[in-house]
Design a protein around this ligand. Structure first.
Ligand code: GLY
Length: 367
């Protein structure tokens, strides 16, 4: 049983009196929460996608109009390809044709793609507009909507153009998760498991006890799952806004995951699916360095996140090369996030090629 008072907002506290709330409530409370965040009714530019719009566009529109807001809604195609210069330009064009001023908020109603793109537009238009996140996917509610990372992709790679621009408010209605496609639910679970593995053994134990209901998205477990996972992200970004140290731990499984995503061809695996394999590799590597790491325990959960089959043609050297190429581009060392135990992660660069190969072989089920 997780003991947590979900009526309390979580607070991201970045120091220097820069704080904002994560409000957990039904959509109907969104206008109230916006007022509490210091936003006064007027024009608001809402960015959403076709999938989310079909479920929630008219409700959000009516709720905001009912409180005196004047929403302009821009509905973009659903999918990763929307995180592009072309769609950013579409937001700039719509905003500037509409004569926004520096008080006009941009509200992201969607998952990680919409949140990152709308946040980048908010961070750059008129040198920064107020930004509201209303995340509609599991990944966005527990991870990407929190902490101010925004950006778009470039053909050279993902998330290469962006700024830190913190939202004024993150409004989380966990009911919205019930219209999420199943595959997206499972992908989001990867990030939830990640939060538990790096920071919170008690949460991991709770997930083990509730795993069948979590996989099945049972309404009795979803709110606790989201609140606890989001609280971990809040703690981490409050201590390390710009990823100078602790925030790097959120990249657990991502060094392998990004390389797999790229080697398989973007779109074959979702980000969460690739990170699931990445975490299997990272836990395996952790166990090589720390005998106390309970690999079977972590594996029992991770192997139950449904994944598409990995093509047998995917060679380990290809993945290793993709890993190295990424880091070369960033001009940084190849770093790994490892576990000393479940709930205790740390960063290291002290890893050898044969450790990487063994970890990848384990994750991909290659003898
Ligand atoms: N999703 C990782 C981070 O926000 O730092």
């Amino acid at each position: 049983m997780l003991i947590q008072d979900r009526s309390k907002p979580l607070i991201v506290d970045l120091g220097d009196e820069r704080t904002y709330e994560l409000v957990f409530s039904g959509l109907v409370r969104l206008p109230d929460a916006m007022r509490r965040a210091g936003l006064r009714p007027g024009p608001v530019l809402i960015i959403t996608d076709t999938h989310v719009a079909s479920h929630y566009r008219s409700r959000v529109d009516a709720l905001l109009k009912g409180d005196g807001w004047d929403p302009l809604i821009l509905t973009l195609p659903a999918g990763e390809a929307t995180k592009s210069p072309k769609h950013l330009q579409a937001i700039y064009d719509a905003a500037l044709a509409w004569q926004i001023d520096r008080k006009t908020p941009i509200l992201a109603l969607g998952g990680g793609v919409i949140g990152d793109l709308a946040g980048f537009a908010a961070g750059t238009l008129l040198r920064g507009l107020p930004f509201v996140q209303v995340p509609t996917s599991l990944i966005a509610q527990v991870d990407s909507a929190i902490g101010g990372k925004t950006g778009i992709n470039h053909e050279v790679g993902k998330n290469l153009i962006g700024v830190f621009h913190q939202p004024r408010l993150v409004f989380i209605d966990t009911h919205l998760l019930f219209t999420l496609p199943r595959r997206e639910w499972h992908s989001g679970l990867a990030e939830v498991v990640k939060h538990a593995l790096i920071k919170d053994e008690a949460f991991f134990a709770w997930m083990e006890s509730e795993w069948p209901r979590i996989l099945a998205r049972h309404p009795e477990v979803v709110p606790d799952l989201v609140y606890r996972a989001a609280s971990i992200k809040v703690r981490v970004v409050s201590r390390d806004e710009k990823e100078a140290g602790e925030r790097m731990l959120l990249n657990f499984g991502h060094t392998f995951g990004h390389a797999l995503e790229k080697s398989l061809g973007y779109g074959t695996f979702t980000h969460g699916e690739a990170v699931t394999l990445g975490m299997l590799a990272a836990v395996h590597m952790s166990r090589r360095f720390h005998r106390q790491v309970d690999l079977p325990r972590a594996e029992a959960i991770l192997r139950q996140i449904p994944l598409p089959p990995v093509p047998s043609s995917l060679g380990l050297p290809v993945v290793r090369e993709a890993m190295l190429a990424d880091k070369k581009k960033e001009g940084s060392q190849l770093r790994f996030i490892l576990l000393r135990n479940i709930g205790q992660a740390y960063v290291t660069a002290d890893v050898k090629g044969h450790d990487v190969d063994a970890a990848l072989a384990f994750a991909l089920g290659r003898p």
